[in-house]
Design a protein around this ligand. Structure first.
Ligand SMILES: Cc1cc2nc3c(=O)[nH]c(=O)nc-3n(C[C@H](O)[C@H](O)[C@H](O)COP(=O)(O)OP(=O)(O)OC[C@H]3O[C@@H](n4cnc5c(N)ncnc54)[C@H](O)[C@@H]3O)c2cc1C
Length: 381
């Protein structure tokens, strides 16, 4: 593995940091308080090429390799304090665009990838249901074959971007007798009769990414919108989770680097008992721990990027990457508040927001418990 970066890659990261700092942070406290999704910022990200980073040029992207894409997303996370927006960007890249690229027909790639890159279309990933969360394949949504396609019935819950999505990759049972091998993925488009989305649901953190339910009542999905073969949901979902768990936290690694820089700066500046608080070992120990978490997070992230670029299977590495970065971001967000004392607790300073946002990270894309189940399972336990 070689984790050294070229000048070109570092220049792209710097460009992304500056873009995010200059364009994506305005009115964040207000948007967080009101749970406002900024379509304007989303479109700015599309114009900057973010959603097309790893997408081939023929489908409207910049055709960057995976390590370059990851480094750019880390830069976005450093510059953009809006963790909801960075989650939404990474979510669409890895859980919507990547499966279309990997499992879609040429026609599907041509129809869906360019508008997803330009922002003319927003995508969502619909797996979770009211009665199936960690136990994903116990889903109840059904897609029954009908003339020229399928009739979809059921619902999805806790879906990022649900209220604003234009298309959703939705998982449904097509043959109940085959259990999880009888489940299939589809691309369902907004405007399909019987497809409704809920209003935005209030949540603890990540408030700038809309969130809610999807309902399907006798929705007709044409055959050409089936993603992958009938019965292919298991391999499509497992493959997608490898990508998502590897990379959905790339921007949060950037956020951890920003957090650390700010904590160091505050610990040097803030004086109590006649000296900088950083001179107290209880404070400097927290900073050392934040640094260690950041560096180990980077190593796992870059290893996952390197493996994917080499085309290596990465289920174990993806689970370890997701588990470690999400827990590290949560712990470092709490450390950051402690280091800033009362100032860290004040909403206006934007420090407590990271803790609320980071809490979601140990739940979505499979909880930390589930990542441990995957890791232990891969080790034969
Ligand atoms: C911010 C956010 C965004 C999300 N976005 C999406 C999205 O875009 N698309 C989507 O499909 N879903 C999304 N989800 C849903 C998410 O994937 C689920 O919440 C998650 O998989 C857990 O499922 P659950 O909430 O039903 O919890 P449950 O599965 O009911 O789990 C409850 C508790 O039991 C534990 N548990 C369950 N099974 C086991 C086990 N076998 N071993 C050990 N512990 C276990 C869990 O770890 C957890 O602590 C999102 C969730 C959040 C919070």
């Amino acid at each position: 593995m070689n984790f050294s970066w070229s000048e070109e890659q570092l220049a792209l990261k710097k460009k992304m940091v500056e873009f995010a700092q200059g364009e994506l942070n305005a009115n964040l406290e207000e948007r967080d308080r009101c749970s406002d999704f900024s379509r304007e910022n989303w479109l700015k990200c599309c114009e900057a090429g973010i959603l097309g980073l790893f997408v081939p040029a023929e489908y409207g992207g910049l055709a960057k390799d995976i390590p370059t894409t990851i480094l750019a997303m880390e830069g976005i996370g450093y510059g953009c304090r809006d963790n909801g927006l960075t989650l939404a960007l990474n979510g669409q890249m890895w859980a919507v665009q990547e499966p279309i690229l990997a499992f879609g027909t040429v026609d599907q790639k041509k129809r869906f990838l360019p508008p997803l890159c330009t922002g003319d279309c927003i995508g969502a990933h619909g797996m979770t249901e009211p009665d199936s969360g960690s136990d994903t394949f116990s889903l109840k949504t059904t897609a029954i074959r009908s003339d020229g396609g399928y009739i979809l019935n059921g619902s999805k819950s806790l879906i990022g971007m649900a209220p604003v999505c234009d298309l959703v990759i939705v998982f449904a049972t097509t043959n109940a007798d085959l259990g999880r091998w009888g489940q299939t993925a589809f691309i369902l488009q907004r405007g399909t009769a019987g497809f409704t989305v809920s209003a935005n649901r209030e949540k603890m953190g990540l408030r700038t990414v809309p969130f809610g339910e999807l309902s399907f009542e006798n929705c007709f999905i044409p055959e050409e919108n089936r993603l992958g073969p009938e019965g292919g949901a298991l391999s499509l979902f497992s493959g997608t989770m490898e990508w998502e768990r590897s990379f959905i936290f790339a921007s949060h690694v950037g956020a951890m680097a920003r957090q650390l820089d700010e904590a160091v700066s505050y610990a040097r500046k803030r004086k109590q008992f006649g000296k900088s608080i950083g001179k107290f070992q209880s404070v400097s120990n927290r900073i050392a721990n934040m640094k260690l978490r950041l560096e180990t997070a980077k190593l796992l992230l870059y290893q996952a990027a390197w493996r994917k670029q080499q085309g290596k299977a990465s289920a174990l590495e993806a689970a370890m990457t997701k588990l470690h970065i999400s827990e590290a971001f949560l712990q470092s967000s709490l450390d950051s508040i402690r280091i800033h004392g009362g100032n860290g607790y004040l909403s206006a300073n934007g420090i407590e927001r990271d803790l609320r946002d980071a809490t979601g990270g140990v739940i979505y894309s499979g909880t930390s418990d589930i990542q441990r189940v995957v890791i232990a399972g891969m080790l034969g336990v």
